[in-house]
Design a protein around this ligand. Sequence first.
Ligand SMILES: Nc1ncnc2c1ncn2[C@@H]1O[C@H](COP(=O)(O)OP(=O)(O)OP(=O)(O)O)[C@@H](O)[C@H]1O
Ligand SMILES: [Mg+2]
Length: 266
Amino acid sequence: MTLLDVQDLQVDLMTAGGVVRAVDGVSFTVGRSETVTLIGESGSGKSTTAMAVQALLPRNLAVVSGRCLIDGVDVVARPAEAARLRGRTIAMIPQDPMTALSPVSTIGRQLGEVLVRKDSGLSRAARRDHAAELLDAVRITEPRRRLDAYPHQLSGGMLQRVLIAMALAIDPHLLVADEPTSALDVTVQAGILDLLMDLQDRTSAGILMITHDIGVARLVSDRVHVMRDGRFVESGEVEAVVGAPQQDYTRRLLDAVPRLGAWEGA
Ligand SMILES: Nc1ncnc2c1ncn2[C@@H]1O[C@H](COP(=O)(O)OP(=O)(O)OP(=O)(O)O)[C@@H](O)[C@H]1O
Ligand SMILES: [Mg+2]
């Protein structure tokens, strides 16, 4: 079953220096339980693609065309529908856990707000119970106590787990993760990716993953699309693309990233 079906997506950004075609006609799909990864150098259009499929680009600064079906709804043609899907069908895992959470509100309160958006009839006690269960699901120890913590009291890896818990609170069909681990050190990174894949096994969510790290792409992806200047220059199963890249650009990307021994053969 296809969750996300993108056809000939094109995005023009209005910048101070003129119009930039950040995404230049890309097509891809993400199905249930599938992880599809966009990989490419900085500025190649990965984040713009991710924002466009969630209809998160400001309409006065971005002109989006093409088709982007999420659960059958074209969010390019009907951006208002996308707002309804975000927080219900689609969840986003942001890159930087430090800035994604409010510093003045407890973890429990911030999780509670997400839960209430999903089900406005939840009592305070039910919210707390559910929030603690979610923290437990992302392997945060002593979840009840952590509900009363403020973001600055948790490590970066723990905060990223909280953000994943928030995404899970939505019980999304599609998770969009833009460099979800790049702010974390390598050992924490591996744990978070492991957790994401575990959760995917349980929920059958589709994941659109964005990374510039070939090691991450190898570990999590079913398919990869290699992006350059707003286009896909190479697409395929991750092992095929990484094992036998057809394009010089892909080879250069592979060479630019240190191979992480621990992930070889993963
Ligand atoms: N706010 C902005 N103002 C001006 N240009 C922008 C803006 N955001 C993106 N762009 C331009 O759009 C193009 C695609 O950028 P995008 O952020 O999608 O790349 P990316 O692949 O996500 O890069 P990175 O790996 O650095 O996150 C680039 O040419 C970039 O300069
Ligand atoms: Mg980006």
